[in-house]
Design a protein around this ligand. Structure first.
Ligand code: ZN
Length: 151
C-alpha cells in the first residue's frame, strides 16, 4: 500500500535533520524570536543579525521533529544574505505553498529546494512543523517581543 506520508520525508529533509545548517547561537543578535508548536512539541530559537536591511547572519537552536528541524535548517541557508524584504517574500511564498494556495510555475521555480515541503500541505499537523521556523523568523524580523505559538 502506498504511504503518502513517507513521501514528505525526502532525502533532503533527512539530511538536514541529521546535519542541520547554521545550528548555533549568535551572540548579541540584532533580531531574535522564539517559537513553539505545542501540537508536536517543536521548540525553536531564531537568531539574526540584520545590518542595513540585509540579513548578514541567521542561525537557530532548539528541539523538534525532523520536519521542523530540517525546515529551519533549509530556511537559514535561503535567508542568509537576503534583504529583509526578500526574507519576508520567501516567508509569504513558503506559507502559501504549505497552506495550499495555488502557485504558478514561476513561483515554484523560485521556491527551489523549498519544494520538498510541498507534500506537507496534505497533513495539517505537519504544516505547523514545517512553518514554525518561518513564522519565528518573520516574528524576529518584525522585532516582536512575544513568543510565538502555532496554536
Ligand atoms: Zn513537529
Amino acid at each position: 500500500m502506498d504511504n503518502p506520508l513517507r513521501e514528505i520525508y525526502q532525502q533532503v529533509i533527512l539530511d538536514h535533520n541529521k546535519s542541520p545548517q547554521n545550528f548555533r547561537v549568535i551572540e548579541n543578535p540584532t533580531n531574535y524570536s522564539e517559537g513553539f508548536n505545542p501540537l508536536c512539541g517543536d521548540h525553536i530559537h531564531i537568531y539574526m543579525n540584520i545590518v542595513d536591511g540585509k540579513v548578514e547572519d541567521i542561525s537557530f537552536q532548539g528541539n523538534g521533529c525532523a520536519i521542523s528541524k530540517s525546515s529551519a535548517s533549509i530556511m537559514t541557508t535561503i535567508i542568509k544574505g537576503k534583504s529583509r524584504e526578500d526574507a519576508e517574500k520567501y516567508f509569504q511564498k513558503f506559507h502559501d505553498m504549505v497552506t495550499g494556495v495555488e502557485t504558478t510555475p514561476e513561483e515554484e521555480e523560485s521556491l527551489g529546494k523549498l519544494l520538498v515541503f510541498q507534500g506537507v500541505r496534505e497533513f495539517p499537523a505537519r504544516v505547523k512543523c514545517a512553518s514554525l521556523a518561518w513564522h519565528t523568523m518573520h516574528s524576529a524580523i518584525e522585532g516582536k517581543e512575544t513568543t510565538i505559538s502555532t496554536e
